[in-house]
Design a protein around this ligand. Sequence first.
Ligand SMILES: [Zn+2]
Length: 376
Amino acid sequence: MRRTLKCKIRLSPEDKQKALDCMRVYSSCCNELMNIAIKNRLFTRYKLHYLAYHNIRKKYNLSSQLVVTAMWKVIETLRSRYKNHSKTVPEFGIYSSVRLNYPRNFSIKWSEISFSIINGRVKTIVVGAYDKLRDEFLNGLWQITESHISYDKHKDIFYFNLGLKRETPQLRIIKNPIGIDLGIKRIAVTSTNNFFSNKRALYLKHKYDYLRSKLQQCGTKSAKRHLKKLAKRIRNFQKTVNHQISKQIVEHVKSIPESGIVFENLKNIRTNGSQFRKKQRKDQFRWSFRELQTFVAYKAEGTGVSVKYINPRGTSHQCSQCGSTNVTREGFEFTCHDCSYQLDADLNAARNIASRYISDAKAVCQPANRIGSYTS
Ligand SMILES: [Zn+2]
């Protein structure tokens, strides 16, 4: 597994100028390499190197090492572009990050970092980094790998994004799946009776909807700007909430032996008539559900907790006790008419998610039977 330790660094005015100059030259070099690679349909560094290295080296005032890392960067960008089926030609902005390979381009002796860019070497000190990962790194849990220097022009801050890697811990086998239902009012409910509310984010969202309806009527530039700002604030707020909740979920599941996390797979939610209106409303929140799932998967990776996904069909319209679909759901109340079971509706869904994982796993574990009955 890989992580990036984002280190804030402080540069002297002279070094700052050096770094900015380097970024500018580096990004135009990357853009030229990108065009060469696309034009000649090159997907490996070796081919790109063979074709372009000498000309690029002559043309740009970059060390051979930086030309080499620019090729890595271009090929990696190209590959991810094809992986995502993107048709646009990637273009690097003038403050695009500079890739540095380890140990050729930089050395680190906490908290001093020394790296070579245009016109010589720069020595700097880390003035801020994320505590937990930093401590793990200092305790020798991580190996250093390729890193990047980036610049936030709005804040006028340079970052040294220290690339780290280590072996992914072995995943626990799930004997005790914990289902997690995601919802609008309660962002997450676990099958083990944990409820996570989303009140504050919802309040902001309502405020936004109200303001939007007002501001859209006047349609001025400042109104649009105001809306954009507000939308960004909501996104950031939801992001913080998702970080906190995902951390709690992973810690909770980790503490239960032989457990794992089961989510609904949100990629292929189907639309059917009666649920359509509800789905539309859920759509507005889909990005935040996906974000929460991504954060959980990211945080779980280092702990050995696996994250699995099941088909979400009907999980909220089935009794988790007897499996009947003769049920009613009113608000948070769920009632089964066959076995008279009553439960919180989201909790019922979370329990269905957990038990669906078990039944799916069983179905996968019995291929021999199926083949047997098919051939006979
Ligand atoms: Zn029932």
